[in-house]
Design a binder for this molecule. Sequence first.
Ligand code: PMP
Length: 414
Amino acid sequence: MADDPNIASKVIKNDPWYSSYAARAEQMRASEIRALFAVANRPEVVSLAGGMPYLGRMPFDKLADQLGDMLRSKGQVAWQYGSAQGDPHLREDVLPIMELEGIKDVQPDDVVIVNGSQSGLDLITRIMCDPGDVVLAEAPNYVGALGVFQSFQVDVVNVAMDGNGLIPEALEETILEQRRQGKAVKFLYTVPNFHNPAGATMSVERRPRIIEIARKYHVLIVEDNPYGLLAFDGQTYPALRSYDSEGIVYLSSFSKIIAPGMRVAWMVAPPGIRQKLVLANESAILCPSNMSQMTITTYLDNFDWKSQINDYRGMYKERCDAMDEALKKYLPYCSWLKPKGGFYIWLKIPQGLNAKDMLPRAITAKVAYVSGTAFYDNGEGADHMRLSFCYPTPDRIREGIRRLSTVIENELAT
Ligand code: PMP
Protein backbone atom coordinates (compact mmCIF):
# COMPACT_ATOMS: atom_id res chain seq x y z
CA MET A 1 0.00 0.00 0.00
CA ALA A 2 2.89 2.36 0.74
CA ASP A 3 4.17 2.38 -2.86
CA ASP A 4 0.99 2.45 -4.82
CA PRO A 5 -2.25 2.53 -2.87
CA ASN A 6 -4.18 1.96 -6.06
CA ILE A 7 -2.40 -1.20 -7.13
CA ALA A 8 -5.27 -3.47 -6.08
CA SER A 9 -7.77 -1.65 -8.25
CA LYS A 10 -5.64 -1.60 -11.42
CA VAL A 11 -6.55 -3.94 -14.24
CA ILE A 12 -3.49 -6.04 -15.07
CA LYS A 13 -3.60 -6.61 -18.81
CA ASN A 14 -2.73 -10.01 -20.27
CA ASP A 15 -1.89 -11.51 -16.89
CA PRO A 16 -0.11 -14.80 -17.80
CA TRP A 17 -1.24 -16.35 -14.49
CA TYR A 18 -4.93 -15.54 -14.95
CA SER A 19 -6.00 -19.15 -15.44
CA SER A 20 -3.97 -20.36 -12.45
CA TYR A 21 -5.68 -18.43 -9.67
CA ALA A 22 -7.62 -20.25 -6.96
CA ALA A 23 -11.36 -19.69 -6.91
CA ARG A 24 -10.95 -17.69 -3.69
CA ALA A 25 -8.73 -15.15 -5.46
CA GLU A 26 -11.52 -14.64 -7.95
CA GLN A 27 -13.67 -13.30 -5.09
CA MET A 28 -11.05 -10.75 -4.01
CA ARG A 29 -12.01 -7.23 -4.93
CA ALA A 30 -10.28 -3.91 -4.31
CA SER A 31 -12.17 -2.16 -1.54
CA GLU A 32 -13.77 1.08 -2.66
CA ILE A 33 -11.92 2.75 0.21
CA ARG A 34 -8.50 1.56 -0.95
CA ALA A 35 -9.22 2.72 -4.47
CA LEU A 36 -10.00 6.17 -3.08
CA PHE A 37 -6.97 6.38 -0.86
CA ALA A 38 -4.55 8.12 -3.21
CA VAL A 39 -6.94 10.74 -4.47
CA ALA A 40 -8.55 11.41 -1.09
CA ASN A 41 -5.16 12.05 0.47
CA ARG A 42 -4.25 14.93 -1.82
CA PRO A 43 -3.86 17.96 0.45
CA GLU A 44 -6.44 20.04 -1.41
CA VAL A 45 -9.11 17.38 -0.87
CA VAL A 46 -11.00 17.31 2.44
CA SER A 47 -11.13 13.61 3.08
CA LEU A 48 -14.13 12.40 5.02
CA ALA A 49 -13.36 8.96 3.59
CA GLY A 50 -10.71 7.12 5.61
CA GLY A 51 -10.94 5.82 9.16
CA MET A 52 -7.44 6.90 10.18
CA PRO A 53 -7.12 7.92 13.82
CA TYR A 54 -5.61 11.34 14.46
CA LEU A 55 -2.16 10.88 16.01
CA GLY A 56 -1.07 14.51 16.26
CA ARG A 57 -1.41 14.51 20.05
CA MET A 58 0.67 11.40 20.71
CA PRO A 59 3.68 11.97 23.03
CA PHE A 60 6.19 10.80 20.43
CA ASP A 61 9.22 12.58 21.93
CA LYS A 62 8.85 10.90 25.27
CA LEU A 63 7.89 7.61 23.64
CA ALA A 64 11.05 7.71 21.54
CA ASP A 65 13.15 7.85 24.75
CA GLN A 66 11.23 4.97 26.30
CA LEU A 67 11.55 2.88 23.15
CA GLY A 68 15.28 3.61 23.04
CA ASP A 69 15.61 2.29 26.60
CA MET A 70 13.50 -0.74 25.72
CA LEU A 71 15.72 -1.57 22.74
CA ARG A 72 18.91 -1.13 24.74
CA SER A 73 17.70 -3.46 27.49
CA LYS A 74 15.56 -5.94 25.55
CA GLY A 75 16.64 -5.57 21.92
CA GLN A 76 17.56 -9.22 21.59
CA VAL A 77 14.01 -10.21 22.48
CA ALA A 78 12.32 -7.43 20.51
CA TRP A 79 14.18 -8.39 17.33
CA GLN A 80 13.72 -12.13 17.80
CA TYR A 81 10.91 -14.57 16.86
CA GLY A 82 8.29 -14.88 19.58
CA SER A 83 5.32 -16.94 20.66
CA ALA A 84 2.49 -17.70 18.18
CA GLN A 85 -0.02 -16.85 20.92
CA GLY A 86 1.65 -13.50 21.57
CA ASP A 87 3.88 -11.89 24.18
CA PRO A 88 2.76 -12.99 27.70
CA HIS A 89 3.41 -9.49 29.05
CA LEU A 90 1.01 -7.98 26.53
CA ARG A 91 -1.53 -10.74 27.12
CA GLU A 92 -1.49 -9.66 30.77
CA ASP A 93 -1.65 -5.95 29.90
CA VAL A 94 -4.89 -6.29 27.90
CA LEU A 95 -6.83 -7.66 30.91
CA PRO A 96 -7.45 -4.27 32.63
CA ILE A 97 -8.46 -2.80 29.28
CA MET A 98 -11.17 -5.45 28.86
CA GLU A 99 -12.28 -4.99 32.48
CA LEU A 100 -13.42 -1.49 31.54
CA GLU A 101 -16.16 -3.17 29.47
CA GLY A 102 -17.08 -5.73 32.11
CA ILE A 103 -14.90 -8.65 30.97
CA LYS A 104 -13.44 -9.86 34.25
CA ASP A 105 -12.95 -13.62 33.97
CA VAL A 106 -10.14 -13.73 31.39
CA GLN A 107 -6.63 -15.06 32.07
CA PRO A 108 -3.57 -14.26 29.91
CA ASP A 109 -3.74 -17.80 28.55
CA ASP A 110 -7.21 -17.12 27.08
CA VAL A 111 -5.80 -14.30 24.91
CA VAL A 112 -4.29 -14.55 21.43
CA ILE A 113 -2.40 -11.59 19.96
CA VAL A 114 -3.00 -11.00 16.25
CA ASN A 115 -1.71 -8.72 13.49
CA GLY A 116 -4.57 -6.24 13.82
CA SER A 117 -8.22 -7.23 14.13
CA GLN A 118 -8.20 -7.64 10.39
CA SER A 119 -5.94 -10.64 10.75
CA GLY A 120 -8.13 -11.91 13.61
CA LEU A 121 -11.16 -11.81 11.32
CA ASP A 122 -9.20 -13.72 8.71
CA LEU A 123 -8.15 -16.38 11.25
CA ILE A 124 -11.60 -16.96 12.72
CA THR A 125 -13.15 -17.25 9.26
CA ARG A 126 -10.35 -19.58 8.16
CA ILE A 127 -10.98 -21.97 11.05
CA MET A 128 -14.79 -21.85 11.04
CA CYS A 129 -15.93 -21.53 7.43
CA ASP A 130 -15.94 -23.67 4.33
CA PRO A 131 -16.98 -22.18 0.97
CA GLY A 132 -20.75 -21.72 0.87
CA ASP A 133 -21.15 -21.51 4.67
CA VAL A 134 -23.17 -18.63 6.02
CA VAL A 135 -21.96 -15.77 8.20
CA LEU A 136 -24.63 -13.47 9.57
CA ALA A 137 -23.74 -9.79 9.81
CA GLU A 138 -25.28 -6.41 10.36
CA ALA A 139 -26.09 -4.51 7.21
CA PRO A 140 -24.39 -2.24 6.33
CA ASN A 141 -21.27 -4.21 7.21
CA TYR A 142 -17.66 -3.33 8.03
CA VAL A 143 -15.92 -3.35 4.65
CA GLY A 144 -12.77 -5.14 5.90
CA ALA A 145 -14.86 -8.01 7.25
CA LEU A 146 -16.74 -8.26 3.96
CA GLY A 147 -13.38 -8.58 2.18
CA VAL A 148 -12.37 -11.46 4.45
CA PHE A 149 -15.69 -13.25 4.07
CA GLN A 150 -15.55 -12.92 0.29
CA SER A 151 -12.03 -14.29 0.18
CA PHE A 152 -13.19 -17.45 1.97
CA GLN A 153 -16.21 -17.76 -0.36
CA VAL A 154 -18.60 -17.37 2.53
CA ASP A 155 -22.21 -16.29 1.97
CA VAL A 156 -22.82 -13.15 4.00
CA VAL A 157 -26.45 -12.94 5.04
CA ASN A 158 -27.57 -9.55 6.28
CA VAL A 159 -29.45 -9.09 9.52
CA ALA A 160 -31.37 -5.85 9.91
CA MET A 161 -30.16 -3.23 12.36
CA ASP A 162 -31.58 0.10 13.53
CA GLY A 163 -30.40 2.93 15.76
CA ASN A 164 -30.18 0.45 18.65
CA GLY A 165 -28.02 -2.01 16.75
CA LEU A 166 -28.82 -5.51 15.57
CA ILE A 167 -32.53 -6.36 15.86
CA PRO A 168 -32.99 -9.56 17.93
CA GLU A 169 -36.20 -10.64 16.18
CA ALA A 170 -34.51 -10.22 12.79
CA LEU A 171 -31.61 -12.35 14.01
CA GLU A 172 -33.88 -15.20 15.05
CA GLU A 173 -35.89 -15.05 11.82
CA THR A 174 -32.72 -15.05 9.75
CA ILE A 175 -31.27 -18.06 11.56
CA LEU A 176 -34.52 -19.97 11.10
CA GLU A 177 -34.72 -19.02 7.42
CA GLN A 178 -31.14 -20.18 6.83
CA ARG A 179 -31.89 -23.46 8.58
CA ARG A 180 -34.97 -23.96 6.43
CA GLN A 181 -32.70 -23.57 3.42
CA GLY A 182 -30.34 -26.18 4.86
CA LYS A 183 -27.47 -23.69 5.25
CA ALA A 184 -24.77 -23.96 7.90
CA VAL A 185 -24.70 -20.71 9.88
CA LYS A 186 -21.17 -20.56 11.24
CA PHE A 187 -21.25 -17.34 13.20
CA LEU A 188 -22.81 -13.96 13.72
CA TYR A 189 -20.33 -11.13 13.10
CA THR A 190 -21.27 -7.99 15.00
CA VAL A 191 -19.75 -4.60 15.85
CA PRO A 192 -21.90 -3.64 18.86
CA ASN A 193 -20.31 -0.28 19.70
CA PHE A 194 -20.24 2.79 17.41
CA HIS A 195 -20.65 0.64 14.37
CA ASN A 196 -18.53 1.13 11.28
CA PRO A 197 -20.17 2.49 9.12
CA ALA A 198 -23.66 2.80 10.69
CA GLY A 199 -22.57 4.68 13.85
CA ALA A 200 -25.22 2.78 15.86
CA THR A 201 -24.64 1.18 19.26
CA MET A 202 -26.43 -1.98 20.35
CA SER A 203 -28.69 -1.08 23.29
CA VAL A 204 -27.89 -2.66 26.63
CA GLU A 205 -31.37 -4.26 26.66
CA ARG A 206 -30.72 -6.04 23.37
CA ARG A 207 -27.36 -7.53 24.33
CA PRO A 208 -28.57 -10.42 26.51
CA ARG A 209 -31.38 -11.13 24.04
CA ILE A 210 -28.95 -11.48 21.17
CA ILE A 211 -26.81 -13.83 23.24
CA GLU A 212 -29.83 -15.88 24.24
CA ILE A 213 -30.87 -16.36 20.61
CA ALA A 214 -27.33 -17.28 19.55
CA ARG A 215 -27.17 -19.85 22.38
CA LYS A 216 -30.58 -21.28 21.51
CA TYR A 217 -29.47 -22.04 17.95
CA HIS A 218 -25.83 -22.80 18.77
CA VAL A 219 -24.52 -19.92 16.66
CA LEU A 220 -21.12 -18.53 17.66
CA ILE A 221 -20.87 -14.74 18.04
CA VAL A 222 -17.79 -12.90 16.77
CA GLU A 223 -17.78 -9.58 18.63
CA ASP A 224 -15.55 -6.98 16.95
CA ASN A 225 -14.98 -4.08 19.33
CA PRO A 226 -12.28 -1.61 18.26
CA TYR A 227 -14.25 1.52 19.25
CA GLY A 228 -15.85 0.53 22.59
CA LEU A 229 -13.69 2.86 24.71
CA LEU A 230 -14.33 5.84 22.46
CA ALA A 231 -17.75 6.95 23.76
CA PHE A 232 -17.96 10.73 23.72
CA ASP A 233 -19.51 10.83 27.21
CA GLY A 234 -17.03 8.32 28.64
CA GLN A 235 -19.73 5.68 29.14
CA THR A 236 -18.75 2.09 28.46
CA TYR A 237 -21.22 -0.61 27.46
CA PRO A 238 -20.93 -4.17 28.71
CA ALA A 239 -19.20 -6.26 26.06
CA LEU A 240 -21.22 -9.24 24.81
CA ARG A 241 -18.27 -11.30 26.06
CA SER A 242 -19.01 -10.07 29.61
CA TYR A 243 -22.30 -12.04 29.55
CA ASP A 244 -20.98 -15.26 28.09
CA SER A 245 -17.60 -16.96 27.94
CA GLU A 246 -18.51 -20.02 25.88
CA GLY A 247 -20.26 -18.74 22.79
CA ILE A 248 -18.28 -15.62 21.97
CA VAL A 249 -15.04 -14.82 20.23
CA TYR A 250 -14.05 -11.32 21.28
CA LEU A 251 -11.79 -9.07 19.22
CA SER A 252 -10.32 -5.75 20.18
CA SER A 253 -7.49 -3.65 18.84
CA PHE A 254 -4.98 -0.97 19.74
CA SER A 255 -5.54 0.66 16.36
CA LYS A 256 -8.10 3.23 17.46
CA ILE A 257 -7.24 3.63 21.15
CA ILE A 258 -3.46 3.94 20.65
CA ALA A 259 -2.37 3.73 17.00
CA PRO A 260 -2.78 1.35 14.05
CA GLY A 261 0.82 1.31 12.79
CA MET A 262 1.98 -1.49 15.11
CA ARG A 263 -0.78 -3.81 13.81
CA VAL A 264 -1.49 -5.22 17.26
CA ALA A 265 -4.89 -6.52 18.32
CA TRP A 266 -6.13 -9.33 20.54
CA MET A 267 -8.73 -12.06 20.67
CA VAL A 268 -10.35 -13.96 23.50
CA ALA A 269 -11.95 -17.27 22.62
CA PRO A 270 -13.24 -20.44 24.29
CA PRO A 271 -10.44 -23.03 24.70
CA GLY A 272 -11.04 -25.16 21.57
CA ILE A 273 -11.32 -22.16 19.27
CA ARG A 274 -8.40 -20.45 20.96
CA GLN A 275 -6.18 -23.44 20.29
CA LYS A 276 -7.13 -23.39 16.60
CA LEU A 277 -6.53 -19.63 16.46
CA VAL A 278 -2.99 -20.07 17.77
CA LEU A 279 -2.31 -22.78 15.19
CA ALA A 280 -3.81 -20.67 12.41
CA ASN A 281 -1.78 -17.64 13.56
CA GLU A 282 1.35 -19.77 13.46
CA SER A 283 0.65 -21.09 9.99
CA ALA A 284 -0.18 -17.61 8.68
CA ILE A 285 2.62 -15.53 10.25
CA LEU A 286 4.63 -17.80 12.65
CA CYS A 287 4.22 -15.21 15.41
CA PRO A 288 3.09 -11.63 15.89
CA SER A 289 5.95 -9.11 15.80
CA ASN A 290 7.78 -8.88 19.12
CA MET A 291 8.92 -5.37 18.26
CA SER A 292 5.34 -4.19 17.75
CA GLN A 293 4.05 -5.89 20.86
CA MET A 294 6.89 -4.50 22.98
CA THR A 295 6.26 -1.03 21.58
CA ILE A 296 2.70 -1.33 22.85
CA THR A 297 3.71 -2.69 26.28
CA THR A 298 6.34 0.07 26.59
CA TYR A 299 3.61 2.60 25.94
CA LEU A 300 1.08 0.98 28.29
CA ASP A 301 3.62 0.61 31.10
CA ASN A 302 5.02 4.14 30.91
CA PHE A 303 2.12 6.37 29.98
CA ASP A 304 -1.26 7.17 31.42
CA TRP A 305 -3.14 5.43 28.61
CA LYS A 306 -6.52 6.01 30.24
CA SER A 307 -6.10 9.75 30.10
CA GLN A 308 -4.81 9.46 26.52
CA ILE A 309 -8.04 7.64 25.62
CA ASN A 310 -10.03 10.38 27.42
CA ASP A 311 -8.18 12.95 25.38
CA TYR A 312 -9.08 11.07 22.18
CA ARG A 313 -12.72 10.94 23.25
CA GLY A 314 -12.84 14.69 23.76
CA MET A 315 -11.15 15.32 20.42
CA TYR A 316 -13.45 12.97 18.48
CA LYS A 317 -16.51 14.41 20.22
CA GLU A 318 -15.53 17.90 19.10
CA ARG A 319 -15.10 16.63 15.53
CA CYS A 320 -18.39 14.73 15.58
CA ASP A 321 -20.19 17.82 16.92
CA ALA A 322 -18.61 19.92 14.16
CA MET A 323 -19.82 17.48 11.51
CA ASP A 324 -23.30 17.19 13.00
CA GLU A 325 -23.68 20.97 13.17
CA ALA A 326 -22.35 21.45 9.64
CA LEU A 327 -24.79 18.81 8.35
CA LYS A 328 -27.66 20.59 10.08
CA LYS A 329 -26.55 23.86 8.50
CA TYR A 330 -25.69 22.73 4.97
CA LEU A 331 -27.57 19.48 4.41
CA PRO A 332 -30.68 19.65 6.62
CA TYR A 333 -32.71 17.60 4.12
CA CYS A 334 -30.43 14.56 4.51
CA SER A 335 -30.86 12.23 7.48
CA TRP A 336 -28.38 10.69 9.89
CA LEU A 337 -28.05 9.33 13.38
CA LYS A 338 -25.61 11.28 15.53
CA PRO A 339 -23.29 8.60 16.95
CA LYS A 340 -22.44 8.41 20.64
CA GLY A 341 -18.83 7.53 19.92
CA GLY A 342 -16.46 6.17 17.30
CA PHE A 343 -15.49 7.70 13.98
CA TYR A 344 -18.41 7.71 11.54
CA ILE A 345 -21.70 9.27 10.44
CA TRP A 346 -23.86 7.25 8.05
CA LEU A 347 -25.63 9.81 5.91
CA LYS A 348 -28.78 9.11 3.93
CA ILE A 349 -28.83 11.30 0.83
CA PRO A 350 -31.96 12.54 -0.97
CA GLN A 351 -33.96 10.00 -2.91
CA GLY A 352 -32.86 9.55 -6.50
CA LEU A 353 -29.20 10.42 -5.86
CA ASN A 354 -26.51 7.78 -6.15
CA ALA A 355 -23.51 8.18 -3.81
CA LYS A 356 -21.29 5.96 -5.94
CA ASP A 357 -22.01 7.78 -9.21
CA MET A 358 -21.62 11.15 -7.52
CA LEU A 359 -18.19 10.46 -6.04
CA PRO A 360 -16.07 11.63 -9.03
CA ARG A 361 -17.96 14.93 -8.94
CA ALA A 362 -17.32 15.22 -5.21
CA ILE A 363 -13.60 14.64 -5.77
CA THR A 364 -13.61 17.38 -8.39
CA ALA A 365 -15.22 19.62 -5.75
CA LYS A 366 -12.36 18.53 -3.42
CA VAL A 367 -14.25 16.47 -0.90
CA ALA A 368 -14.13 12.67 -0.47
CA TYR A 369 -16.43 10.20 1.25
CA VAL A 370 -17.07 6.48 0.94
CA SER A 371 -20.15 5.43 -1.01
CA GLY A 372 -22.57 3.26 0.97
CA THR A 373 -22.20 0.56 -1.71
CA ALA A 374 -18.79 -0.34 -0.23
CA PHE A 375 -20.54 -1.72 2.85
CA TYR A 376 -22.80 -4.21 1.10
CA ASP A 377 -21.85 -7.08 -1.15
CA ASN A 378 -25.12 -7.02 -3.07
CA GLY A 379 -25.06 -3.60 -4.73
CA GLU A 380 -27.22 -1.90 -2.08
CA GLY A 381 -26.18 1.27 -0.25
CA ALA A 382 -26.07 3.86 -3.06
CA ASP A 383 -28.52 5.98 -1.05
CA HIS A 384 -25.98 6.39 1.77
CA MET A 385 -22.43 7.58 2.30
CA ARG A 386 -20.02 7.11 5.18
CA LEU A 387 -18.52 10.33 6.51
CA SER A 388 -15.53 9.98 8.85
CA PHE A 389 -14.83 12.77 11.30
CA CYS A 390 -11.78 11.19 12.97
CA TYR A 391 -8.92 12.74 11.03
CA PRO A 392 -9.70 16.26 9.73
CA THR A 393 -9.85 19.23 12.09
CA PRO A 394 -13.28 20.73 12.88
CA ASP A 395 -12.64 23.58 10.43
CA ARG A 396 -11.77 21.15 7.64
CA ILE A 397 -14.84 19.10 8.49
CA ARG A 398 -17.10 22.16 8.19
CA GLU A 399 -15.49 23.07 4.87
CA GLY A 400 -15.84 19.46 3.66
CA ILE A 401 -19.55 19.38 4.44
CA ARG A 402 -20.02 22.76 2.75
CA ARG A 403 -18.34 21.40 -0.39
CA LEU A 404 -20.43 18.24 -0.19
CA SER A 405 -23.61 20.33 -0.03
CA THR A 406 -22.68 22.10 -3.28
CA VAL A 407 -22.18 18.72 -4.97
CA ILE A 408 -25.51 17.38 -3.70
CA GLU A 409 -27.33 20.57 -4.70
CA ASN A 410 -25.88 20.36 -8.22
CA GLU A 411 -27.03 16.75 -8.47
CA LEU A 412 -30.52 17.71 -7.33
CA ALA A 413 -30.64 20.50 -9.90
CA THR A 414 -29.79 18.25 -12.86
N1 PMP B 1 -13.08 -3.92 12.74
C1 PMP B 1 -13.66 -2.73 12.55
C2 PMP B 1 -15.12 -2.58 12.82
C3 PMP B 1 -12.90 -1.64 12.10
O1 PMP B 1 -13.50 -0.45 11.90
C4 PMP B 1 -11.53 -1.82 11.84
C5 PMP B 1 -10.64 -0.71 11.33
N2 PMP B 1 -11.19 0.19 10.49
C6 PMP B 1 -10.98 -3.08 12.06
C7 PMP B 1 -11.77 -4.11 12.51
C8 PMP B 1 -9.52 -3.38 11.74
O2 PMP B 1 -8.73 -2.91 12.75
P1 PMP B 1 -7.18 -3.28 12.83
O3 PMP B 1 -6.45 -2.03 12.54
O4 PMP B 1 -6.99 -3.75 14.25
O5 PMP B 1 -6.90 -4.36 11.86
